[in-house]
Structure formats: C-alpha cells, structure tokens
Design a protein around this ligand. Sequence first.
Ligand code: DI6
Ligand code: FE
Length: 408
Amino acid sequence: MDKVFINLHLVSMVDKQQTGSDGYQVLKDAMIGVRNGKVEYVGEPCPSILHGHPDIIDCAHALVTPGFIDCHTHLIFAGNRANEFEQRLQGVPYEEIAKQGGGILSTVQATRKTSEDELYHLAIHRLEGLKRDGVTTIEIKSGYGLTLDDEIKMLKVAKRISELPDMKVSSTLLAAHAVPPEYKNRSDEYIDLICDTIIPQVVKLNLANHVDVFCEGIGFSPKQCERVFRATLKHGLRIKGHTEQLSNLGGSALAASMGADSVDHIEYLDENGVKALAKNNTVATLLPGAFYYLNESKLPPIPLLRQYKVPMAIATDFNPGTSPIASLRTIMNMACTLFKLTPEESLRGVTCHAAQALGLQHFRGKIAVGMEADFAIWQLDSPAELSYRLGVPDLIARVVDGEIFHEK
Ligand code: DI6
Ligand code: FE
C-alpha cells in the first residue's frame, strides 16, 4: 500500500445495509489504505498493514468524507451580471431581462470576446472557493459561446482545468443554452448546427462526456431538445437537462425516457415527471442557489422525490446570472433551509448522488475498496456540521487519487 490514513472518523457514504451503523455510518478511529490512487483497504485499523509502513498519515480524529462533487456548474465565462442583480431587485423578472437581450446572451457577448487563456485564469480563480469546500470533482458546462469555435474554446478551458493535479472535471456541451442572436427566430436552424456540426466536432476532439439542453420557454422546446438528445446518443455521449426550471414543459420526463443521468432544477416537475425519473433511474439535481437568487417560491417536489426514491443531488449551478455562489457548503445549507433536505440528504447530494448524476457512481462519491481515493478531511466533530456552519475554514486537506493537497 502506498499510503495509510489512520485515526479518522470515516463517513463512507456506503449504504446502510452494508455497514449496519447509524444514518451517516460514521466509523470511529478508522483506517484507509490507498494504492495507485485507489482505495485498497477501509475499516478498523489493521496492525499487519501498519507494522513498519513508511507512509502513515495520522488524521488526529478528523472527519473524512468522500471528496465533494459539484455536479452542475457554469464555471467558465467572462464578465459579471451585478447590473441585472440590481435590476431584479427593482422587480424586473429574469425572463424579461433575457427577452431584452440581457441574461445569458450578455454573458455570451463577453465570453466570445475573451481569449481561452483569460477564461482559464478567471475560472481557476473561481475554483478556489469550491476547493475550500472540499470539492475534488467538478462538472463544467459550455453554453456561453454558442458558435462552434466559442463552444470549443470553452471546452478546451475545461480540459485545461482537468489537467490540474487536484481537480477532476466532467465536461458538458451546453450549446443548446440559448438561441444565439445571429439565429434569432431561426432556432431550428441553430439546432441543426448543434446536431450536425457542433456535437460531431466535440466528439471528434473528445471534449465532453455529456450534452445538456435548456428546455424552457426562453430556451428550447421539448421537440428541439429531443433532436439534440438523439444526435448526442448517436455519437455515444450521455445526456442531461436543465428542465422544469421556470415552467412545466415535460423536458424531465423526455430526458429521463432517453436515459439522462440527471435532470436539473425541476422546481415545476409534477408527479408524472417524478415517476419518469424513478422508472429510468435518473437523478434529480436540485439547485437551491438559483432558487434563492431568482426569489423563486415554487419548491421542487421533494416529498414526491422521496416517495418514489429518486436520488437527489445538489450543486452550485455556479453561473453569473442566477447563482454566483462558488461555495458548495453554502448550497448544502440552502438545500436544508430552503428545500428542507436533511443534512444527511444534503451530504448524499454532493457525494454518492452527485457521482451518479455524472454517471460516475462506480468510481467516486463513496469511500470503498476499488473506488478512486478522493477524500475531504475536515476539522469537524459530526457530519451535520457540513451543512450547518458557513464560512469557517473547516477543511484540513483534500485527497485526490491518493495525493494530499493541504488547505492549511
Ligand atoms: N439555467 C440556469 O440557472 C443557468 N442556465 C440555465 O439554463 C443560468 C445561466 C445564466 O443566467 O447565465
Ligand atoms: Fe445551470
């Protein structure tokens, strides 16, 4: 074994049935052994492994969770939209600002004008906030380029971020985020461009795992989204969707029926939609930051999601318009206070369920033998504190593929 972590309180997120301990399954004074970036041992301290081992890390009774996964972000963009924040506080609705050419399109203008290098530096700076909250995997979407070249520029930035030793990236093509100005009133032709040119090129350059859409009145119709999904599946990528955020168009059920790993936002999802998620094992990704910034009052159907046993992930949705919050722990807290998730559900939402939202549940999101050795080490007594306290630097270190990255 390369490294052994000892004296830790383990929150593995492995299912209850397998461990028989309490709701969080905290295993006190546990040990984790790592080899070649994977977990090779987890459980009670094992004297035969420890005896004479050259690389023992004493965690001094720290709490160890899986590395957090932020499974929905728009990390890469230029500019900011504080002016719209001010407008919205004066009562102008988000959809109205979008219709006037603000909103997503104002960030598109700024992002098109900005070089790959500059976008990279802006994104790296924002990433610091997420690292401080124990994030070791981030999903990053394109969607502020909306031309072949600009979408590829964004995904190349995501690829550069993925080359950092301490951050794993899952990249998503979101060309169907808004109708670009040059395609105004010709949105079907833009869908042609996405299906016939952008998706094939992104696949050729191996720049994304998923393709996402914004299925909404101010985005694309279910019919248009279905075309994008078909083209995606034909090219061997996986699908997900921004669905039922502002209205109920049936995008979630459509995406689920076509095998989506997740549908995201879903404030307006109805019971039939929830059933479709359950049937297709699609994750419901909740984004309380956008709910908060938009002053939304319609809650996602959380009691129904529980009733039908749909896994719930939570994520920052970090973006310049509706969720400028680069803190996953703030989002965990909001999931509890605004959506009434339990702190345990919120922890699942950023670990095992977030992994599933990215199709990575067999590799990340739990601490178990054979899984990637990605952990967060916290100076905390109990896991509920992760959702409870804000702003205190509780993180001691992150571990990515068995390598330790100290925060303090
Ligand atoms: N829904 C969102 O919350 C983000 N995109 C989307 O489709 C918002 C993006 C933005 O306002 O820039
Ligand atoms: Fe989003």
